[in-house]
Ligand binder design. Structure first.
Ligand code: GAR
Length: 207
């Protein structure tokens, strides 16, 4: 299996990135994180990357007006790194994907898309909405990123139960445990060349 060059884009605490580092150390992730880009200079995930000696960059969302301008700056910062795959890991800004990166940018979202996705649905806001709606199951989705929030072709999903005793934090923790399994699994499938996009559908090719 190919060892991927990964770029990771984040806006927050970076526990998703940390999981990649831990799995890499355990030999369970066929990928090297070559660059981490933060959309905010104070994103704690940047500190996690630096602590591991991984190069970082900041492309501040608030310096740009349009998502197109911001995206251009992001993909310009990625270009020298030539990543095989770009992973969004708690990245909260809309991206416009250039043709060269189509089906090479993936995201994890803490809900079973297409429910509870789109602008404003991120982190604990998603779990609060799931609890408020009285859902009996929750979960997470890994999908290719297109030019809309939480919209591109779905690659994999994991469901978890919603319990009557759940608080936002307890549900978030259960969903995040599922995220820590499914996101690396998708990266392994990508590295193995087993993801085939057919319109809105992603086929997982046999080994
Ligand atoms: C994760 O739960 C991820 O699913 C979610 O943000 C968290 C990031 O945590 N992403 C979204 O809500 C994207 N719409 P982290 O910063 O600790 O990795």
């Amino acid at each position: 299996m190919k060892n991927l060059r990964l770029a990771v884009l984040l806006s927050g605490s970076g526990t998703t990135l940390e999981n990649f580092f831990v799995l890499k150390e355990q030999g369970k992730l066929p990928a090297e994180v070559a660059l981490v880009i933060g959309s905010r200079p104070d994103a704690y995930g940047l500190k996690r990357a630096k602590a591991r000696g991984v190069p970082t960059a900041v492309v501040e969302r608030k310096r740009f007006v349009l998502p197109e301008e911001f995206s251009e700056a992001i993909f310009a910062a990625l270009e020298p790194v030539k990543p095989d795959l770009v992973c969004l890991a708690g990245f909260l800004s809309l991206l416009k994907i250039p043709p060269a990166y189509e089906h090479r940018v993936i995201n994890i979202h803490p809900a079973l898309l297409p429910s509870f996705g789109g602008k404003g649905y991120y982190g604990n806001k998603v779990h609060e909405a799931v609890l408020k709606a009285g859902c009996k199951v929750a979960g997470c989705t890994v999908h290719f990123v297109d030019n809309e929030y939480d919209h591109g072709p779905i690659i994999a999903q994991r469901s978890v139960p919603v319990l009557e005793s759940d608080s936002t934090e307890r549900l978030a923790q259960r969903v995040q445990e599922a995220e820590r399994e499914v996101y690396p699994e998708v990266i392994r499938l990508f590295a193995a060349g087993r993801l085939k996009v057919e319109g809105r559908k992603v086929r997982i090719l046999p080994e």
